[in-house]
Design a protein around this ligand. Structure first.
Ligand code: FAD
Length: 439
């Protein structure tokens, strides 16, 4: 790459990979060696593993996001959406929140745009469904679930009441199971404040196309989780496909039909489709083709990591030569740390190092005091797994400020019990003003 003028490093996406790469660069770069710019439509990084607890009210939503400008003091942060990449010309097209478009030039590119929900052509999904990936969705779902209890409590129509109190989740991976388990826990707790809703009136349904849930842990823990959910009254449909959600009427492949006013779609992710508007090489599943050193394959000055990248998993190549790293935070953080070191190595005419990490396992929360864990080949269930989940993630959430606030939230909700209030007005703040202004 050679020495000389200050290089302009441009990081697309300020999530796990974007934030940790920028942190590594701002810590290690010498003055005048390179400038770092991060582009993301959100002014914050989202710590996604805490979204289920934010939705359930155990953690204040603001505390599961990390402000980029406050954390990346030596970087420049642009709040905009990337709409295209012309790497041959070393430019990126962006769209600001007000809709105006600009072009940003760079010398070195880091593509860390993550993944988006993988949708299916199911009637009604686009209109009725919501995914669970952003802090906005977590806040919406919390308010929505609570507002369904309010609505059900305020009607005498039994069919409407049944629809309001039926909550459907599609997809049995980590995001879906944790979101379902946390929200069910919260809603069951909240029923004590309603004189006409019993816990048994709530209907929670999980639909999964595969024959098991939680592929991130061993099968026995997946089976244990299904039994735990069923013991709580949650209906689990395995090896079942959702066929239609039209007008909130759910139809499953086994013939089951019911009305549901809440449909949460967590059936997998795919690489950010912005890549279709770029001249960078992608694989058959739309992921950016990457080398083990986290360079974009056969392209100079371009790097990538995280959910958007097809990074070889060197820890598994003996058993499977084509093995790729799974899209999870464990890889994203470690890849980002190496990515920062490799970029600096190349800036200083040194060799970049390959990424190697052996999976250490996974932890998941299933609501207050309940969880499953499969870490370092050891299985844990119940309270122990739940405590491991909290311990692991509070150690991992970036910045001391966020760790402190999350622990304070846990202590407060432990002392004062969880907050169960619907702030559904947030979803339509102009409604009252519009009503008044129309007379
Ligand atoms: C609810 C939930 C729970 C999870 N729990 C776990 C867990 O317990 N353990 C685990 O290992 N993994 C977990 N994951 C997965 C983990 O969060 C992801 O693997 C990780 O976030 C990937 O990091 P990334 O940087 O590639 O993507 P992200 O962290 O998603 O970052 C991508 C960034 O790109 C930005 N972006 C998107 N489009 C554009 C655009 N056009 N222009 C500019 N910026 C853009 C986004 O705003 C985002 O900030 C969970 C995911 C979810 C959704």
């Amino acid at each position: 790459m050679g020495r000389g003028k200050t290089k302009r490093i441009l990081i697309l996406g300020g999530g796990y990979v974007g934030l940790y790469t920028a942190l590594g660069l701002q810590r290690k770069l010498r003055g005048g060696e390179a400038s770092v710019t991060v582009i993301d439509p959100q002014p914050h990084m989202t710590y996604q593993p805490f979204l289920p607890e934010a939705a359930a009210g155990a953690i204040e939503p603001r505390h599961v996001v990390v402000p980029l400008r406050k954390t990346l003091k030596r970087c420049h942060v642009l709040t905009a959406r990337v709409t295209g990449i012309d790497h041959a010309a070393r430019t990126v097209a962006i769209e600001a929140p007000d809709g105006h478009r600009e072009t940003v030039e760079y010398d070195v590119l880091v593509v860390a745009l993550g993944s988006v929900a993988r949708l299916m052509p199911i009637p009604g999904l686009a209109e009725q469904g919501i995914s669970f990936k952003t802090i906005g969705e977590a806040i919406f779902l919390r308010n929505h679930v609570m507002s369904r209890l309010d609505a059900a409590s305020s009607t005498v129509d039994p069919e409407l009441r049944r629809k309001y109190l039926t909550f459907t989740f599609v997809g049995g991976g980590f995001a879906g199971i944790e979101a379902l388990a946390e929200l069910e826990d919260m809603a069951r707790f909240a029923t004590r404040y309603y004189d006409n809703i019993e816990p048994a009136d709530l209907r929670w349904v999980l639909v999964e196309a595969a024959g098991r849930i939680l592929p991130e842990v061993r099968e026995s823990l997946g089976v244990y989780t299904v039994l735990q959910l069923e013991r709580r009254g949650i209906e689990v449909y395995l090896s079942t496909l959702a066929k239609s959600f039209e007008d909130g009427h759910v139809m499953l492949s086994d013939g089951t039909e019911f009305d549901s006013d809440t449909i949460v779609w967590t059936a997998g992710v795919k690489a950010n489709p912005v890549l279709a508007s770029s001249d960078l090489p992608t694989d058959d599943r739309g992921r950016l083709r990457a080398t083990a050193t986290l360079r974009v394959e056969d392209v100079p000055d371009a790097w990538t990591a995280g959910d958007i990248a097809a990074v070889p998993d060197l820890s598994r190549t003996e058993e499977d030569p084509g093995a790729l790293c799974a899209p999870n935070a464990q890889h994203a953080v470690r890849q980002a740390n190496l990515l920062a070191r490799n970029i600096i190595a190349v800036l200083r005419d040194q060799e970049p190092k390959p990424y190697y990490h052996e999976n250490v396992g996974s932890v998941a929360s299933l609501g207050l005091h309940k969880g499953v864990a499969d870490v370092y080949n050891r299985k844990a269930k119940g309270f122990l797994a739940w405590a491991m989940h909290r311990g692991y993630h509070v150690a991992r959430v970036p910045t001391f400020n966020r760790k402190f606030r999350v622990v304070a939230d846990w202590l407060l909700s432990g002392l004062l019990r969880r907050e169960v209030i619907s702030m559904g007005q947030i979803n339509n703040p102009r409604a009252e003003f519009d009503r008044v202004s129309k007379g």
